[in-house]
Design a protein around this ligand. Structure first.
Ligand code: PHE
Length: 482
C-alpha cells in the first residue's frame, strides 16, 4: 500500500520548519566570519540586497514548484515537464542533498563536541588564541573524536526524519526554533552589555565601502543562496507538504525575515564579544571554534555562555540537516515507493559513510587530494559553487520561462488572492526579478565561481562572435527543452 502523503499541521509549523532549514551553520558559523573578512557593514548591506532581490523571488518559485506538484524535486520536474533535461535538474538537487549533508554533519559534530569540551572545562586554559587554535587542531586531528561526533549528529538527524513530517520535522522545529531564538537573545544581551561592546557594533553598522570588491558581491550572493537553502529542492520538498490554502509569498517573506534576523543577531552576539575581548574579527572559519572559546574563557560565567552558544549552533544545524535528508527521503518515498523508515535508514547510513572521508580530511586523509583538494573541500566546492547556483539558475529559468507564466500565476494565486488584488505591482515585480534579474545575476556568480567569467570576459573583448554563438546555443537549448 502506498503511504498517504503527509502535510504540515499548521502554517506556523511550515514556517518554523522552513526557517529551521534556512537557519543553520550558514547563519551562525559562516555569515559572521565572511562578514568579518569582507569588512562588516558594507558587506552586510550588499548581502541584504541579494537576499531581497534574488533570494526571495527564487524562494517563492521553489516553494510554489513543491506545492503545485506535491512532489520531491525529481517528481516535480517530471510532472511539469517530463523532459530529461529538467528531470536531471531535479536529480542534481537530490545529489546536492546527499553531498551537503555528508559534510554538514561533520562540522555540526564539532559543535556537539564543543558542548562536551565546554562542560569538561577545557576552555578555561585558553588564555590566548594560539592555545585555542592548537587545541582545535588537536581535536579535529583525532579520528575518534571527529568521526564519533559525526556519527552522533548523523544519528540525531536520522532520528528526527524517521519520525516523519509531522511528528519529527514539524514537532522538532516547533521545539528547537524557540529554544534557539531564546538562547541567541540571551547571548546578544550578554554581548552588548560587555564593556567595549560598542566597537563591535560600530564594526557591524558603519560601512567601509573601500573593502567592497566584485569578489565580495559574489560571496554575498553565493551565501544568500546557501543560507536560504535555495537551489537544491529543500524548500521545494517542504513546500510539497503545504496545502493550497496557504499564502506562499507571505510565508516566504517570514522565512527570509527570520533567517536574516538570526544571522544579524548572531553577528551582534559574536562581534560585540570578539571586540570587547580584543580579538580579531577577520579570523576566518575558525572564528567560532577558536576565537569565541577564548572570549568565553575571559568572561565571567564563561562555561555557561559557551555551552549555550554551542547548543544553539547544534540545534540550528540539526533543523537544517533534517531538511537535507528529507529531500533524499522524499525522492525515494515518492518516486521509488519506498517506506519512509527504510529510506531514512538506508540513505542516512549512505550519507554518513560518504561523510567519513570528509571527517578524515582533517587528519589522516589531509594529504589525499582529488583535483587538488581534500575530499571535504571537494564536497563543499561541488555543492556550494556548482550544484546550488546551477540549481537556482535552472529553477528561476523553469518557473520564469518554461512552465508557462499564466499557469504559474494561477498556482500562486491559490491562497494569496488578496495580494493580486491589492498589490498587483508586487506580482509584476516578482515576474521581472524571476525572469531577468535572478538568472543573469546567478549566471554571473556561477561562471565566476567555476572560473569561467574571467575567460569569457577576455573572449568578449577579443571575439564577441563567440559570445553571440554561446547565447544563441543557450537560447536553442532552452527552446528545445520547453
Ligand atoms: N541553509 C542552511 C544553512 O544556512 C544550509 C542548507 C543549504 C540547508 C541547502 C539545506 C539546503 O546552514
Amino acid at each position: 500500500m502506498i503511504e498517504q502523503r503527509e502535510h504540515w499541521g499548521s502554517k506556523a509549523g511550515f514556517i518554523l520548519a522552513a526557517a529551521g532549514s534556512a537557519i543553520g551553520l550558514g547563519n551562525i558559523w559562516k555569515f559572521p566570519y565572511i562578514a568579518g573578512e569582507n569588512g562588516g557593514a558594507a558587506f552586510i548591506f550588499i548581502y541584504l540586497i541579494c537576499i531581497a532581490l534574488i533570494g526571495l523571488p527564487v524562494l517563492i518559485a521553489e516553494i510554489l514548484l513543491g506545492r503545485s506538484t506535491q512532489r520531491n524535486p525529481v517528481g516535480a520536474f517530471k510532472k511539469l515537464s517530463g523532459k530529461p533535461f529538467w528531470v536531471t535538474v531535479g536529480s542534481m538537487g537530490v545529489l546536492a542533498g546527499f553531498i551537503i549533508l555528508s559534510f554538514y554533519t561533520v562540522i555540526a559534530g564539532w559543535s556537539i563536541g564543543y558542548i562536551i569540551e565546554a562542560l569538561r572545562g577545557s576552555f578555561s586554559q585558553f588564555s590566548d588564541p594560539s592555545i585555542a587554535s592548537t587545541y582545535f587542531d588537536e581535536r579535529v586531528s583525532d579520528v575518534n573524536w571527529i568521526v564519533g561526533y559525526h556519527t552522533l549528529f548523523s544519528i540525531l538527524t536520522m532520528g528526527v526524519v524517521y519520525a516523519g513530517v509531522n511528528k519529527g520535522i514539524e514537532k522538532g522545529s516547533k521545539i528547537m526554533m524557540p529554544v534557539l531564538f531564546f538562547l541567541l537573545v540571551i547571548l546578544v544581551i550578554r554581548g552588548v552589555t560587555l564593556p567595549g561592546a560598542e566597537k563591535g557594533l560600530t564594526f557591524l553598522w558603519s560601512p567601509d565601502w573601500s573593502k567592497i570588491s566584485g569578489q565580495s558581491v559574489l560571496v554575498a550572493l553565493g551565501h544568500a543562496f546557501f543560507t536560504i537553502s535555495l537551489g537544491m529542492g529543500a524548500m521545494m520538498t517542504y513546500g510539497s507538504y503545504l496545502s493550497k490554502k496557504d499564502h506562499i509569498p507571505s510565508a516566504a517573506i517570514q522565512i527570509v525575515f527570520l533567517d536574516t534576523l538570526i544571522a544579524l543577531l548572531a553577528g551582534i552576539a559574536i562581534f560585540t564579544a570578539v571586540f570587547a575581548m580584543g580579538q580579531d574579527p577577520a579570523s576566518g572559519p575558525g572564528l567560532i571554534f577558536v576565537t569565541l572559546p577564548v572570549v568565553f574563557a575571559k568572561m565571567p560565567g564563561g562555561v555557561v555562555w559557551a555551552i549555550s552558544f554551542f547548543l544553539l549552533l547544534t540545534l540550528a544545524a540539526l533543523t537544517s540537516a533534517i531538511s537535507l535528508l528529507e529531500v533524499v527521503v522524499a525522492y525515494f518515498v515518492d518516486e521509488r515507493k519506498w517506506k519512509r523508515h527504510k529510506a531514512v535508514m538506508v540513505f542516512g547510513l549512505i550519507t554518513f559513510i560518504i561523510g567519513v572521508p570528509s571527517a578524515l580530511s582533517f587528519n589522516i586523509m589531509s594529504d589525499v587530494h582529488f583535483f587538488g583538494k581534500t575530499w571535504f573541500d571537494n564536497a563543499d566546492y561541488l555543492a556550494s559553487n556548482i550544484l546550488l547556483p546551477g540549481g537556482g539558475l535552472f529553477i528561476s529559468i523553469f518557473v520564469g520561462w518554461v512552465w508557462g507564466f499564466d499557469k504559474v500565476l494561477i498556482e500562486l494565486k491559490e491562497g494569496s488572492e488578496s495580494l493580486f488584488v491589492k498589490y498587483p505591482l508586487v506580482i509584476k515585480g516578482w515576474k521581472i526579478f524571476l525572469k531577468y534579474l535572478s538568472p543573469v545575476m546567478i549566471l554571473i556568480v556561477f561562471l565566476h565561481s567555476v572560473g569561467l567569467l574571467e575567460s569569457a570576459m577576455l573572449q568578449f573583448r577579443t571575439n564577441w562572435v563567440n559570445i553571440s554563438l554561446t547565447l544563441t546555443a543557450i537560447y536553442l537549448l532552452l527552446k528545445g527543452s520547453k
